[in-house]
Design a protein around this ligand. Sequence first.
Ligand SMILES: Cc1cc2nc3c(=O)[nH]c(=O)nc-3n(C[C@H](O)[C@H](O)[C@H](O)COP(=O)(O)O)c2cc1C
Length: 178
Amino acid sequence: MVTSSAPPGPPPEADAPFDGRAFRTALGQFATGVAVVTASTQDGDVVGMTMSSFNSVSLDPPLVLFSVARSAYSLAAMQSAKGFGINILGQHQQDLSNRFARALGDKWNAVDHRRGVHDAPLLSGALAHFECVPYARHDGGDHEIFLARVVRFHVPEAGEPLIFFRGRYHALASGAAC
Ligand SMILES: Cc1cc2nc3c(=O)[nH]c(=O)nc-3n(C[C@H](O)[C@H](O)[C@H](O)COP(=O)(O)O)c2cc1C
């Protein structure tokens, strides 16, 4: 059994003003890959967002998650989507990451892709595609957390991943496994 001698109530530092900028800097110490999450709307429009909040959740059932800012123009389309395409970007796809990180904008001009489950676009050149259907949505403060069930996946490209760390893109040092 685990016991704690800490007194009940919030720790004293909880009263200190919260430094949002320092919080972002601290979160930036966690290196992530970069994904573009896509969906098709009922009207046939397509949305896509660059996402570093992608993560694996469960093997059985196969679940993944990502969180969408409540301020994102794509949020409503994501909430009503019947399918998602999750595209794991390779090191050579920094341009695509920047393109899908721009609010609205002409994200799809000359972007090579095919359609996956419920028409969600799958980007050519991605290291992996996960075709998903909605599973659950949860409150995540200024984001909404999407849990999605993977129905198909592919690993079409053997390449190096695009890394996001301390607010910038990075590449893995070749052969630098430790
Ligand atoms: C590397 C990187 C990671 C990002 N990760 C997320 C994320 O996890 N969730 C999110 O809501 N926005 C994230 N963004 C920002 C969105 O991609 C950006 O706001 C996008 O323009 C939203 O598109 P929309 O407003 O047209 O829907 C990220 C941006 C970059 C460059």
